[in-house]
Write a protein that binds this ligand. Structure first.
Ligand code: FES
Length: 95
């Protein structure tokens, strides 16, 4: 199972295992990692945006919803759209 390392804005590190094919947001919420998701994970806000510290190639490619929201450049991803296939490091943004 992919290992997801969440780094909180205050520097706290939280490591959880997730199911391959799940989104970063689903893994976070299932594991009790707080993550904003104002549009319910539908790719229509940007409150779930995060920075990927490591493992960008262990995520699904950017999709239309991320491109429509202007989330085009590394290391930014929408957590509700990026599906995990391997180990990654996620930096949570202060919102
Ligand atoms: S929760 Fe709104 S874009 Fe991800």
């Amino acid at each position: 199972m992919p290992l997801i390392t969440f780094i909180h804005p205050d520097g706290t590190v939280q490591k959880v295992e997730g199911q391959a094919g799940d989104t970063i947001l689903k893994i976070a919420l299932d594991s009790g990692v707080p993550m904003e998701h104002a549009c319910g994970g539908n790719g229509f806000c940007t409150t779930c945006m995060c920075d990927i510290g490591k493992g960008m190639d262990s995520l699904s490619p950017r999709n239309d919803r991320e491109e429509n929201m202007g989330v085009m450049d590394d290391p930014k991803r929408l957590s509700c759209q990026a599906k995990v296939s391997g180990d990654i490091e996620v930096k949570l943004l202060d919102v």
